[in-house]
Design a protein around this ligand. Structure first.
Ligand code: 3HC
Length: 301
């Protein structure tokens, strides 16, 4: 079934090489997905070689784990490893026809990243941003060709969550939108086309859930009680578990963006910022299973 608002598939441009800007956890997760599903060269970059190497290490460890679980053959593991490379030189992006970024969630940083990458790629390369909640149109403000920019928003954990929000700006052209939809399908994801509004659809709804859970704690109900209260609703994770999964800094940023856009409907949480600085909410055992609330996190709120 053709997704709502999707242009003709025939308009899609071929994706023969992928460039990934940012080698953090989210970017590394989708770099792996691109190489595994599209089977084309994927080059990742970041500010310095150390960050690039960390991203490559993550990808190579995940490929080894897929091999160990017998999800891929030794030949495929070798092919995937050979297709993924790292660089600190954007000149290596020259022949990429799809470039996606997941760098720090700050508008000015993303604008500069795209203005810079545009100097290195062809005029027809598609540019995509994985921003959580910033305006995609504003991210493209410094582009000579803003019509080839589209939001392509993955969810954590990338390998498991089936959705991609494809964000259309008033300037995105049909060929770009079609390429995004066809690419999402090639990644075995369900894509929906959303308007370019704060938080798009998913984070707008999540910001309510996570923000209200934090606000309940800010207002004096202990973490434990809020956490227990929501469990019978059958969500796969409680709001606090979800905050840790997406990262407390990212969570705080998403809340701030919504508060800035809709101050009468979304709260900021000072406590969430303090928790982000502390780094965690839960204590976990060696296998990552939650064993209880972190003592310092409870003190912070
Ligand atoms: N990273 C990578 N893979 C993970 C993972 C992680 N953190 N957590 C679980 N997985 C994988 C497991 O390896 C397993 O894969 P396998 O079948 O290939 O071995 C698979 O997920 C299922 O794992 P479990 O059996 O442990 O599954 P659970 O039943 O506990 O489900 C979950 C795990 C799918 C993560 C589930 O808890 C869930 O759906 N949670 C909600 C996640 C969510 O809402 N994400 C969206 C966050 S918002 C966002 O990302 C947007 C951003 O902009 C803020």
């Amino acid at each position: 079934k053709k997704p709502a608002g999707a242009p003709d598939k025939a308009l899609a441009k071929p994706v023969t090489k992928v460039g990934v800007i940012g080698a953090g956890l989210m970017a590394s997760q989708f770099a792996l997905l691109f190489v595994r599903r599209l089977k084309v060269p994927v080059v990742i970059t970041d500010l310095d070689q150390g960050r690039v190497d960390k991203g490559l290490d993550y990808i190579r460890t995940e490929i080894a784990s897929l091999l160990e679980k017998k999800r891929i053959s030794p030949d495929e593991a070798n092919r995937l490893n050979a297709l993924v490379t790292g660089t600190t030189d954007k000149a290596d992006f020259a022949d990429c026809d799809w470039v996606i970024e997941a760098v720090f969630e700050e508008l000015g940083v993303k604008q500069d990243v795209f203005a810079d990458v545009e100097k290195h790629v062809s005029d027809t390369a598609v540019l995509a941003t994985n921003t959580s909640s910033l305006s995609v149109e504003q991210i493209g403000a410094k582009l000579a060709h803003p019509e080839r920019l589209v939001g392509f928003h993955f969810f954590n954990p990338v390998a498991v969550m089936p959705l991609i929000e494809v964000v259309k700006t008033p300037k995105t052209d049909d060929a770009t939108l079609s390429t995004a939809m066809v690419t999402a399908a090639a990644l075995y994801k369900n894509a929906v086309i959303t308007a370019d509004t704060p938080g798009f659809v998913v984070n707008r709804i999540l910001a309510k859930l996570l923000g209200e859970a934090m606000h309940a704690v800010d207002s004096g109900t202990p973490f434990e009680v809020v956490n227990e209260s929501i469990k019978p609703f059958g969500l796969p994770m409680t709001p606090f578990e979800l905050l840790e999964l997406v990262g407390l800094t990212v969570g705080a940023h998403v809340l701030d963006t919504h508060h800035a856009a809709f101050p009468d409907r979304f709260f900021e949480s000072e406590n969430l910022h303090r928790l982000a600085e502390h780094g965690k909410i839960f204590d976990r055992d060696g296998k990552g299973r939650i064993t209880g609330f972190d003592k310092k996190a409870v003190e912070i709120v």
